[in-house]
Ligand binder design. Structure first.
Ligand SMILES: [Zn+2]
Ligand SMILES: [Zn+2]
Length: 281
């Protein structure tokens, strides 16, 4: 029987960083007073607030969003659909299944999104993907990691991988935005108090064989057909019997996550979960 390492950060997290962290924080606050930053949400100049007065969960974004945009970047709160993570408008009661998941449950076990896909988070994601603001990948990646710790506290994840882009598209963009966010995890995991990630991080396992770019204007069923057989596992030995977490920036209809999950499960994965930054609701 395998013994899993819990994703609960060890005791004394943050102490290791000690004096260096204290000096960095002080320096950052001093620089923040001298040089205002440009808000990635609204474009206005602002002075980043000292980290300790920000919401802990979101503090990584405080250097990139002005206080007004920060107040709009509220994470999704429960209750939500226990499978697809769709937030319910009634903010009372336990999690339960949404109508879509009752009618046709997805093949992935559980999907969770940090935010609803709306401004200013939409602007952050567009800035990262289309406007060369690659410096956003680190804080956004760290927020994703914090969500992993929050939503999968007892671990169970063996392997984390990004939803792949079609190779020509990745060459044009020069990066896969999900992988860019995941690359910040190794350093962030050390900050959380682990020596090494308690799971594997792999990019070259699942690949996209078909360009499913022109999804705009297609309805849900057409998207699903278009995306079927778009993915392939090139190293099945790495996914066999594993619990896999797929990571992406946005979950739109869920068709891409569904197609990736189906491919991984066909290749022998035990379970597939999904974590995204934002969900279209
Ligand atoms: Zn702003
Ligand atoms: Zn659902």
């Amino acid at each position: 029987m395998r013994i899993r390492q819990s994703l609960k950060p060890p005791n004394g997290v943050g102490q290791a960083a000690g004096l260096g962290k204290f000096i960095r924080k002080g320096l950052k606050q001093t620089l923040g007073l001298l040089y205002p930053a440009c808000c990635a949400g609204c474009g206005r100049n602002f002075r980043p607030a000292p980290a300790d007065i920000r919401n802990c969960f979101l503090k990584r974004l405080g250097d990139h969003l002005c206080p007004e945009c920060m107040s709009k970047a509220e994470p999704i709160k429960p209750p939500w659909c226990s499978i697809c993570g769709l937030p319910f408008t009634a903010k009372v009661g336990p999690d339960h299944l949404c109508g879509g998941c009752i009618r046709k449950p997805p093949v992935y076990a559980r999907a969770r999104a940090v935010f609803v896909f709306q401004d200013p988070v939409r602007r952050l994601i567009h800035g990262l993907k289309y406007a060369g603001q690659v410096n956003l990948a680190k804080p956004l990646g760290e927020i994703l990691l914090q969500c992993l710790f929050q939503y999968w506290p007892d671990n169970g994840i063996d392997l984390v991988m990004p939803v792949p882009l079609y190779p020509a598209k990745e060459r044009r963009r020069t990066f896969n935005q999900a992988w860019l966010m995941l690359r910040s995890w190794k350093a962030a995991i050390r900050e959380f108090g682990f020596a090494d990630p308690p799971f594997g991080l792999q990019k070259q396992v699942l690949v996209r064989r078909r360009d499913t770019d022109s999804q705009a204007g297609l309805n849900r069923e057409q998207r699903r057909k278009n995306i079927r057989r778009a993915f392939e596992v090139v190293r099945p030995e790495l996914v066999e019997g594993k619990n896999i977490l797929l990571v992406d920036d946005v979950l739109t209809t869920g068709a891409t996550a569904e197609a990736c999950s189906r491919t991984l499960l066909h290749s022998g994965a035990r379970q597939v979960d999904v974590l995204v930054l934002a969900k279209v609701v």
